[in-house]
Write a protein that binds this ligand. Structure first.
Ligand SMILES: [Zn+2]
Length: 388
């Protein structure tokens, strides 16, 4: 089928229907994350597309370009002609003449580069769903797409579960359509923002940080934190927060390794103190002052000096496990975990006031809230369908 530009210009701009943020336009830097991607794209430069398995994109941590995850998307496609609802493959956010090209049909294929103009066996065209106005494309019986960043899509599995969602994709799209018009204020969050705006210093139980100005010792340090092609010559207050992937945070992954590393057993000094009392003292340090490096250092020293081992449940609770679901992942791994190391390590990351935002954790918090709303509606719809 030939594609026609006219009629598509009225489609809403591509947004992720989970986090509500834009799908960013493709930038060549995104593939620099992996040497094998660079090589593949170079080899396939003259071909239409460079394709990798979707699982590769899902498993990639974007460390060089922390916001790389925002440049990619897949879509749930609602096809009125066949009344099928299905998941597409992954594509990058390129637009030509304001509209996205056809996406890979196979959910296991991800296009890293190249742009397809016409539909084919391998690629299917769609119109971005209109969540806030009457959807003319839907009324005209055209194929509608619900885009989602691949990493956001995996959070659907975390919150609702693919086992429930995949057999009920239509109910899922209905839940999305019910959720967003009632929560329009959450739609379209900025993909980058100035530090301190967009309530980005709110860190949940980890505290609210006030009056922070960015300060970095080197340009490299700043580059890692901020979306800025050229940080040189920028004044501190002009640097922008870029958002890391809400799905996986490399710093937390590293911390998980550290907390599960087997340690040489030291000769235990038998503590004379009942555990309740040790707990009280450690908690007193915790509540006595807001999060800072000294509080963490004091806690570590006292644990070390008296060889106290506090109950795992205490440390886990301190980590806000609903948000930091890596706590559950560690539990499920069956590995022995030093929970004091994990908890204090996490708090140490939080000492940097920018970290909560740029790590992607703040964005994760937002997405979990959205998905809770979608889940409620989804379960209602599924229950109604089953009883009807
Ligand atoms: Zn998203």
């Amino acid at each position: 089928m030939r594609r026609y530009i006219i009629g598509k210009q009225e489609d809403p701009y591509l947004h992720c229907t989970i986090c509500g943020a834009e799908v960013l336009l493709r930038e060549p830097e995104v593939i620099n994350e992996r040497a094998d991607w660079v090589a593949l794209c170079r080899k396939r430069a003259r071909a239409r597309s460079a394709i990798v398995p979707s699982a590769e994109v899902e498993a990639t941590d974007f460390k060089k370009h922390v916001f790389g995850w925002m440049h990619l998307y897949r879509a749930i496609l609602d096809e009125p002609a066949t009344s099928r609802v299905y998941l597409s493959g992954i594509d990058h956010g390129s637009l030509i003449d304001w509209y996205p090209g056809p996406v890979p049909t196979d959910p296991d294929r991800a296009r890293l580069s190249g742009f397809v103009r016409n539909e084919s066996r391998w690629n299917v065209d769609f119109h971005m769903v209109n969540l806030f106005e009457p959807d003319r494309n839907r009324e005209a019986g055209r194929r509608i797409g619900f885009p989602a960043h691949p990493h956001c899509w995996l959070l659907v599995d975390r919150v609702i579960g693919f086992a429930k969602v995949l057999p009920n994709l239509r109910a899922y799209t209905q839940a999305v359509m019910a959720f967003w018009p009632a929560n329009e204020g959450d739609w379209g969050p900025p993909t980058q923002h100035l530090p301190g705006t967009d309530s980005c210093f709110e860190q949940g139980v980890f505290g609210r940080r006030e009056d922070v100005t960015p300060h970095f010792n080197t340009e490299d340090e700043a580059e890692n934190y901020f979306y800025r092609l050229d940080t040189k010559g920028m004044r501190d207050e002009e640097l922008w927060h870029a958002l890391g992937s809400p799905l996986r945070t490399p710093d937390i992954q590293e911390l998980m390794q550290v907390a599960t590393r087997s340690r040489p057993r030291t000769e235990k000094v038998v503590s004379q103190l009942p555990v309740e009392l040790a707990l009280m003292i450690v908690d007193l340090i915790y509540r006595g002052r807001p999060l800072c490096q000294e509080r963490i250092d004091d806690t570590r020293s006292i644990l070390e000096a008296f060889q106290w081992t506090l109950p795992d449940s205490y440390w886990k609770k301190r980590c806000e496990p609903e948000l930091v679901y890596e706590v559950g992942d560690l539990e499920a791994s069956g590995k022995p975990v030093d929970w004091a190391v994990f908890c204090l390590g996490l708090e140490e990351l939080m000492v940097d006031p920018h970290w909560f935002c740029v790590s992607g954790l703040r964005f994760r918090q937002r997405i979990l809230r959205v998905l809770k709303g979608i889940k409620e509606r989804f379960e209602e719809i599924v229950a109604r369908n089953e009883s009807g």
